[in-house]
Design a protein around this ligand. Structure first.
Ligand code: ZN
Length: 400
């Protein structure tokens, strides 16, 4: 942990990526206390600290994860059988003691910090990550999960959730939200309640072919799945994916996790963001994600790792490096924005995070660059070298 100097200090590296403007070769960032006060091209200021052959990025934004599933790494490898995987996640959750859940949350958090994440959207089963996020070196929106398909379950789930929200006051690095889990697990009435709660809302939407079939025709593998759980109640299901979009439209911030099966012309609310989880998407063998069509329409696309139940790690940079290999036609600047500024916009924190902009919080992820000449985004993305240093609110909080 570095001391928080009240004096301004300056830092340079081979490439500085402000994200709200093009990269600056040997640019200089000026930090005072917790804030960025200037970002200058090379030559105007003498740097106090030279990070050498490295990139200085804004702190990364992981817009969708579940810290409380961090103990599941490798236990239930994703397959095309989505409901079978869901059963394994439910079985895992039922076996965990509260202490084990807290352990999982701490494990996941440590991993997020190490990979340069300074802003997180965490879906929390029982809200258990709220306390764990009180005094750590990142910002987070904690979306407490809302589950309940039958009228009885929905009738108790909402008042409990409302009470939880009312007791969680926003702080400088923590905000509370709600996650009506998904159209297959939530009574249709809960989407409207969540959207009117005056807090951030995140929904798993159009994630699997099974979910689409359930909503379209009330058939498919989720029917026996819900019957086995004793919660099959077809009248309680949302009529369609579009209906969920309309019901949730007034929420802000508003995040739809996955969107793997959304039609490219889906009538998305203007303030919504789709959170694409690239490696998890690939692990389930879904058809190609429509994110390029959405980007072309001007829809915000952020990235998330999803949980360690479906992803090998919580490394956001690895997600956009994966996309860079899969879609070399998508400009690196677009991918980097998805993992930084767009994620901050999605979570409602773009006034303080997501880019190296004077007035914003001094949050950096520093990444060593390969020793070759290339376009700067390619240097960053054609590489597997992880983040080596993290600055949060003007303090070094991780050094490898
Ligand atoms: Zn998820």
């Amino acid at each position: 942990m570095g001391a928080l100097s009240s004096e301004a200090w300056t830092v340079t590296a081979r490439w500085v990526f402000p994200v709200d403007r093009p990269p600056l070769e040997r640019g200089v960032v000026v930090v005072k206390a917790e804030k960025i006060v200037a970002v200058e091209p090379h030559g105007r200021l003498t740097p106090d600290l030279d990070l050498g052959d490295a990139a200085v990025l804004p702190g990364l934004v992981n817009a969708h994860t579940h810290l409380d599933l961090s103990g599941m790494r490798g236990l239930a490898p994703p397959t095309p059988d989505f409901t079978d995987w869901l059963k394994q996640v439910i079985a895992y959750r039922r076996l965990r003691t509260p202490e084990q859940v807290q352990n999982d949350i701490r494990t996941g958090l440590a991993e997020c910090l190490r990979f340069g994440t300074t802003l997180l959207g965490d879906i929390s089963g029982d809200g258990g990550s709220w306390n764990a996020l009180a005094d750590v070196s990142l910002r987070a929106v904690v979306f407490r999960e809302l589950i309940g398909l039958t009228p009885e379950r929905a009738g108790t789930a909402w008042p409990n959730l409302r009470l939880w929200l009312d007791e969680r006051k926003a702080g400088p690095t923590r905000r509370a939200g709600v996650s009506p889990h998904s159209p297959y697990s939530v009574n249709s009435s809960l989407f409207r309640h969540a959207a009117r709660a005056g807090c951030p809302v995140a929904v798993h939407l159009a994630e699997s072919a099974a979910e689409m079939e359930l909503l379209e025709s009330r058939t498919g593998p989720l029917v026996p799945f819900l019957q086995e759980l004793g919660v099959w109640h077809p009248q309680a299901l949302a009529p369609s994916v579009n209906w969920v979009l309309w019901q949730t439209a007034r929420a802000s911030p508003l995040l739809y996790a996955h969107g793997n099966y959304l039609r490219p012309d889906a009538p998305l609310p203007r303030n919504a963001t789709i959170v694409y989880c690239p490696r998890t998407h690939a692990a389930f063998s879904h058809p190609p994600h429509p994110f390029r069509e959405f980007l072309a329409r001007g829809v915000r696309i952020a990235v998330g790792t999803d949980s360690l139940a479906s992803n090998p790690d919580l490394d956001v940079l690895a997600e956009i490096r994966f996309l860079h290999r899969l879609y070399p036609d998508v400009p690196g600047a677009v991918l980097l924005r998805m993992a930084t500024l767009t994620g901050a916009e999605a979570l409602g924190w773009a006034d303080e995070a997501g880019s190296l902009t004077p007035g914003k919080s001094a949050d950096f992820a520093v990444v060593p660059l390969p020793d070759r000449d290339d376009e700067p985004h390619r240097l960053l993305l054609d590489s597997d070298v992880p983040v080596c240093r993290v600055l949060f609110r003007g303090r070094w909080v991780f050094t490898s």
